[in-house]
Design a protein around this ligand. Structure first.
Ligand SMILES: [Ca+2]
Ligand SMILES: [Ca+2]
Ligand SMILES: [Ca+2]
Length: 228
C-alpha cells in the first residue's frame, strides 16, 4: 500500500519515493517552489499556527458531510462522491492512489486528519498542468487559503527545492531568524524528528502535513461527539 515495512524495530512505514503518488507530490512541489515563498521567517510560520488550527477544525463539517454513514471514516466510495460534488476531476485510479497514500493505518477509511492531508494534496496537485481542469475546484476558499499557507511554509523550508525538507534545511530556516538562540535550535530538531516518520532524514510534504495535523491538535478531535 505505497510503502514497505521498516526493517529496523520501528513499526512505522518507509515511504518509498518510487510510489506514483509521491513522485507526483514531489513534482508538484518542485513546480510550486519555482514560484518562491512569501514566508519571511520561521517565526511568521509559528504565528500562523492558531489560524491554521482554527481553519482546519472548521473542516470537520465538511468531513461529516461526506461521511454519509456517519461511521467516523470516509471510505473510497464516499470519497468518490465527495470529489464528484466538489468537481475534482480525478479518475478512479488516482483516487485509489491518493486514498492509499493518506490512509496511514491501512484500515481502508479516512479519519479526519487523513482527510485533511488528502485535501491538501489535492490542492497541491491542482496546479499540475495535467490537472488544470480541476483548478480552483475545491470550492472552499478559506480552506484553500490555509492549504496555501501550508504549501508556502514547505516551500520556505525546502531551500534547495528538491521537494523534501532535510534536517540541514530545517536548521537553516531556524538559524536565519533566531540569531543562534540555542533553545529554538533544539525545538527545530524536535519538530524535524516529529515530522520525519520513517527516520530517513528527509521530510516529504505528506509527512509535513501529518505532523501539522498533530501540532495543531487536529487528530485529537475524534470520537468526542460519538453518541448513538
Ligand atoms: Ca463513512
Ligand atoms: Ca530540500
Ligand atoms: Ca522521511
Amino acid at each position: 500500500m505505497g510503502g514497505v515495512l521498516a526493517t529496523d524495530d520501528s513499526p512505522r512505514k518507509v515511504w518509498t519515493p518510487e510510489t506514483k503518488i509521491e513522485a507526483k507530490m514531489v513534482e508538484a512541489m518542485k513546480q510550486r517552489e519555482s514560484k518562491g515563498s512569501s514566508m519571511r521567517s520561521f517565526n511568521t510560520i509559528i504565528l500562523k499556527f492558531p489560524k491554521i488550527d482554527e481553519s482546519l477544525r472548521k473542516c470537520k463539517d465538511i468531513f461529516e458531510q461526506f461521511d454519509e454513514d456517519s461511521n467516523g471514516v470516509i471510505d473510497q466510495e464516499e470519497l468518490k462522491k465527495c470529489f464528484n460534488k466538489l468537481e475534482i476531476s480525478f479518475n478512479d485510479e488516482e483516487i485509489k492512489d491518493l486514498f492509499e497514500a493518506c490512509d496511514i493505518n491501512d484500515d481502508m477509511g479516512m479519519k479526519f486528519n487523513e482527510f485533511i492531508v488528502l485535501l491538501c494534496l489535492v490542492y497541491l496537485f491542482k496546479d499540475d498542468p495535467q490537472a488544470l481542469r480541476a483548478k480552483s475546484r475545491i470550492g472552499m476558499p478559506n480552506l484553500e487559503a490555509t492549504f496555501e499557507t501550508l504549501v508556502d511554509t514547505f516551500v520556505f523550508l525546502d531551500k534547495n527545492m528538491d521537494g523534501y525538507v532535510s534536517k540541514n534545511e530545517m536548521v537553516q530556516a531556524i538559524n536565519e531568524t533566531t540569531s543562534g538562540e540555542r533553545s529554538s535550535g533544539r525545538i527545530a530538531m524536535k519538530r524535524f524528528e516529529e515530522m520525519d516518520w520513517d527516520n530517513n532524514g528527509m521530510v516529504s510534504f505528506k509527512e509535513f502535513l501529518f505532523a501539522f495535523t498533530r501540532w495543531v491538535g487536529i487528530d485529537e478531535v475524534e470520537d468526542e461527539d460519538e453518541e448513538d
